[in-house]
Structures are given as C-alpha cells and as structure tokens.
Design a binder for this molecule. Structure first.
Ligand SMILES: O=c1[nH]c(=O)c2nc[nH]c2[nH]1
Length: 470
C-alpha cells in the first residue's frame, strides 16, 4: 500500500528565522507533500481538519485518507534539522583521544596517521556507515564532511550518506605540500582525483532533488598543505562547476605563522585564499578565531561563511572565537563539531560550547563590549545560520512553506532524558499554570539547548523522509 501523499504534524513548532528571533507556534499544523519533500503550509492554529488545510494549501480536493496525521505529545516539538557546517568523517576513528597537543602537533602525531589508514576502502566503508548513522542520530540533517585524500574511500563516504538519506557536502581532501610522505599527493594527482571525485558524485545524480541531497565540495585542507598551482586549479573547478569550497583559516597563532612562512608574498591568511580564487559566497572557512581586521574585511566582502567550532577551539587550545564580532560585521556564521579536534559529534553540544565561548568573552570584556549569545541566537546558528553558511537557506533551516522538510521531532520526556519534566522545573510549571504557553516553550527550548542529547531526538526527517526514529 502506498503511504498517504501528505503528512500533517500538529503540535508545537519552534524555529529561529532570524538572529535572536525564536518563533514559537504552540498549537500549529504543518503540512508536507511527501513527493516533493517540501512543506506546503503552516497554520498557526490547528483548528480545521487536516484534509481541509491540505486542500487549502494545495488548491485541490484532498481526502482524509490522503493525509497521515501526527499529533505531537505535550513534551514534544517540531524543529528544523541541525546543520553541521564542519566535520571530518575519518577522524571519528580517534574521537575523544589525543587532546594533549595543540593543532599543528596534533595534526602530525595523530590526525595524518589515522587519516592515512583510510586508504583501505573496506575500512573506510565500515567506519563511514557508523559515522553517518551517529551524526544522523544526533539530529544533524545536513553536514559538510571532509573525507581523506583518497578518492575511493571518500566515494565510500558519499555512499554511506546516500544510504542513510542524509543531506551533505562531501569533500575529497587535497594535500600536495608540507605533508608527511605517507599522506601526501602530487599536484597532478590531487587535481586529477578531485576531478574524478566530482564527476563520480555528480554523475550518480538523476535530478535536481538529488543535487540538493549530496554534493561534492572542493576541499583544499588548508593553505599550508597545498601549492599555489593546486589551490588555483581547485578554485577554477569550483567556479566552473558552481561547487562549494571548504577549508580552515586563522585557527591558531602557530598555524597562522606557518601559513605566512609558506606564503610570504601575501598580506594575510585570507589574502592567500582570495588570490587563489577560493573566496566567495559558496566558501566555508572553519574556525576563523584569530582574524585581523584585514581578514574580517575580505571575508565579509567576499560573502565567505564561517563555521564556528567551539568544542575543537577549546579542545586543541586554539582560542576563543568572537562570534559576536563576526555577526556584527554581517559575516554568515554556522556551527561545526569539527570531529575530532572537537570530541563531540553533536550540534547540541556545539550550541552549548558556543554559549560557553561567548560567556568567556563577556566575562573578560563586559556585556556592553560582547553580549553573550542567547538561546534564540544559538538555535539560529545551529539551523538557519548553518543553512546560510552552506548556501542552502532558501531550502532548509526554518519550517516555512516552500522549504524542504528537514526536521526533528524532539521529545523532552524521552526515556533517560536529562531534561526535567515541567513539574520538576518550577519556572516552566508556573508559566504553564498562568497560561503563558509561549513563555513555557521558550524555557523548554532553553532546556533543550543545555540538557538534551541523542535520546531526545525522537525522529529525524530529511526531504520528508523518516531517516531515523527511536
Ligand atoms: O581542526 C583542524 N582539523 C584538521 O583536520 C585540520 N587540518 C588543517 N587544519 C585543521 N584544523
């Protein structure tokens, strides 16, 4: 039997359409067309029968049997999927260990060794199937993944993403300079394999919707690991194919010094990428902790998005990124887990770490100079902010009609949950008793940010397909 063509969810919907704006619709109805995977309408008050609402949204007569209705529980809400703008799939093989060293030594001692082992495609395939399932379970509906320098193994990552039904950018890493003999490519190899990887990923797609699901992303690891010829050619490929680009920038003082030593002719770190044709609105730069005013200007002028990776920034002792400075300058910012510089693969953790980072800066400088990130701002960075950095904000990031239905059913009362029931949280209970329902949900959204984990992610939908449920 074919499932009903439409789905309607009734209950509380929470999203963050703009920085600092939390939109809470406590008793709404949201309709989805399963064939297109898109949201067809949202009614703030779910009073009319679902088939009538769907009829109004589609302009066609719809029978009750054509609509599957899901009524959310009193402790559940619907929200947009979380977006991880920066993570390394191969580094899950040593997640949670190796935090004794700062970035450059960490790369040499742990990272390159572990990544090089994924030349073994069977090993990569087994690891990546686990990685993608784990990332999905944490509520991440779209991720920007780094693979390794190995094309076949990175294609295995693409296969794992497709098998799980996740939305992703996947990059074959390019490293043709200043890298160990056992984990390095020639420039020709790097470019040839990148071209072949791009062809393989795009060639497997059958239509426009596929193109929105899994895309190749051009991935020079970071400027010091690449030659000028390699980076220029990668910039050309990205421009010709209209592909996104990802790399690292201004992560630690030692790394910045190294980049300057490798490229003495350029005025700043950002000037290197800019000169190579790698800076534009489809570029995601991870970290960007220690940016000069010149870096800030170039990043903003070129429309580059920043992936803020606070867990990694703390765990590798890299520094504290000033997200408020980036946001005030109009630079798009999303969150990244940066496994395994970061030890958590959860964007919920990234929200908490981003909160901690912003509060450290507030403690040092005062709230007037650097206001801490609010719950609404954290939720924005994790969803619509991330979508903007990925260049996907017209398609995902909020729960608005026309967007793809990438969404989570959050269950605050799931078994084992650390989120207290309203009866055990007087502020929530009081707001509920006083009929201040939006206020109660705002408090519960805050509890979600600070207390939730995988156990609270009851269901995950991508393009309206159920891809994970507890
Ligand atoms: O946090 C990081 N992780 C990496 O794998 C990496 N490579 C270059 N620069 C990096 N920074």
């Amino acid at each position: 039997m074919t499932p009903p063509a439409y789905a309607v969810f009734r209950g509380c919907i929470i999203d963050a359409p703009a920085l600092g704006a939390l939109r809470i619709r406590p008793a709404a109805a949201l309709g989805v067309d399963r064939r297109s995977g898109r949201i067809i309408g949202v009614a703030a008050e779910a009073t009319a029968p679902p088939e009538r609402l769907v009829g109004e949204w589609t302009g066609a007569a719809v029978a009750a049997a054509d609509v599957e209705v899901t009524d959310l529980g009193a402790d559940q809400f619907l929200m947009p999927g979380l977006i991880d703008t920066h993570t390394h799939a191969p580094q899950f093989s040593f997640i949670g260990v190796g935090h004794d060293l700062p970035l450059m030594e960490w790369l040499e001692k742990y990272t390159y060794r572990h990544e090089s082992e994924l030349q073994d495609v069977a090993r990569a395939r087994a690891l990546y199937a686990d990685v993608v399932r784990r990332v999905l379970r944490s509520g991440c509906t779209m991720a920007a993944y780094y693979g390794t320098i190995h094309r076949e193994s990175t294609c295995a990552l693409v296969d794992a993403v497709r098998a799980a039904g996740q939305r992703a950018y996947v990059g074959k890493v390019c490293m043709d300079a200043n890298s160990p003999d056992y984990y390095c490519e020639t420039t020709d190899e790097s470019l040839r394999e990148t071209e072949a990887f791009v062809r393989a990923v795009l060639g497997d797609q059958s239509g426009a919707d596929d193109a929105l699901l899994v895309r190749p992303i051009i991935t020079p690891r970071f400027a010091p690991a690449c030659t000028v010829r390699c980076m220029r050619a990668l910039g050309d490929i990205a421009r010709e194919r209209r592909l996104p680009i990802q790399s690292h920038m201004c992560e630690s003082p030692a790394e910045i010094e190294f980049a300057k030593r490798c490229f003495p002719a350029y005025a700043s770190y950002s000037a290197i990428y800019h000169a190579m044709g790698l800076f534009g609105p489809r570029t995601i730069m991870a970290h960007c902790i220690h940016m000069s005013d010149d870096d800030m200007r170039l990043v903003r002028e070129c429309g580059v998005g920043v992936s803020h990776c606070p867990n990694s920034n703390f765990s590798l002792s890299s520094g504290v990124a000033d997200v408020r400075r980036l946001l005030d300058a109009g630079i798009p910012v999303g969150l990244g887990t940066d496994v395994s510089g970061g030890y958590s693969s959860s964007i919920i953790d990234a929200m908490r770490m981003a909160a901690a980072a912003s509060r450290v800066l507030t403690a040092q400088r005062g709230p007037a100079a650097s206001a801490p990130l609010s719950t609404a701002e954290l939720l924005f960075l994790a969803t619509q902010g991330g979508a903007r950095v990925m260049g996907m904000h017209d398609h995902i990031g909020t729960l608005d009609p026309g967007k793809l239905f990438d969404a989570l059913v959050v269950d605050l009362a799931a078994p084992g949950s650390h989120v207290p029931a309203p009866a055990a949280a007087p502020a929530v209970a009081r707001a509920q008793q006083l009929g201040r329902i939006e206020e109660a949900w705002a408090l519960r959204a805050e509890q979600f940010v600070y207390l939730a984990d995988d156990r609270n992610i009851a269901r995950v939908y991508i393009s309206a397909k159920l891809v994970h449920s507890l």
